[in-house]
Write a protein that binds this ligand. Sequence first.
Ligand code: ADP
Ligand code: MG
Length: 318
Amino acid sequence: MTPEFNLIQQYFTRPAAQADLGVGDDAALISVTPGQQMAISADMLVAGTHFFADADPYQLGWKSLAVNISDMAAMGAQPKWATLAIALPEINERWLAEFSRGFFACAEKFNVDLIGGDTTRGPLTISVQIMGEVAAGKALQRAGAKIGDEIWVSGCLGDAALALAHTLSKFNLPEAEFASCAKALHTPQPRVSLGLALLGLANSAIDVSDGLLADLGHILQCSKVGAEIHLTNIPKSSIVSNYFSINAVRQMALVGGDDYELCFTAPYKAHAEISRLGEYLDIPLSVIGQITGNTGLVVRGFNHEILDFKETGFDHFA
Ligand code: ADP
Ligand code: MG
């Protein structure tokens, strides 16, 4: 057997419970459930751009799948299948063992089968494609926000950006606080159960990967509406709260990326049901503002003043 085949066999071949044919042939075969639409998305992680080349391989494996699963959550889709295309500078058995352990830990937690991919030599690059199912015509989209909708955010924002700032020596956190924020940065937990539960309740949704202002901005642009949000209502961990008087930390909560929470909009009549949902799923859900008929996004500060954000999020080509 060739080293490449060996490697695939050893590290990336697991039984695929939800596929008719998984890894090992020229293509995988899957059957889509009648009445469901397929939701498909891909995300690429490049060493030096999305992660440090010496990043912990277990966490990298987890995150490369988790960020894709988060896109399924944002559509209200049930993630089911993934492919993994990976370029490796060399065959490093320890690295591969840890990477695949992290990848499959995430796959098992969210019931995703790895059904195929490609393996090649090259600068470390990880490209995952995720496929899921959602009831036909029911998917949550960016384009559905309506004037008067409340704007909700799950979990809390800013922890991942704070961990990154600490890692880059731009902010100094005590060890325990860093450890907690680093978990958010390296092993994000996509909100699949929430996305599924929001079908029929939310008018629009997106996952917060590039920063709240940028991602909410996508909803506004696609829905041709405006919004007003309030700094006071931004959900934050006790750690981000500790430093929220610092301007740079407020920026991290609003424009820092890598949160992988859901931002969604829903009519006020769904408010009570969404609140109950948050309790049932044990996910904090906060209303941060509302959709308006104006253009653009207005952020109001602690004294209701309009804040000016020059930098609204992460753009790879900015
Ligand atoms: P081919 O040359 O026909 O494209 P490959 O040798 O690249 O086939 O792949 C053999 C099998 O292994 C295929 O089923 C492919 O989908 C799978 N595969 C290759 N790389 C990976 C990977 N990194 N993760 C999962 N499956 C993989
Ligand atoms: Mg191939």
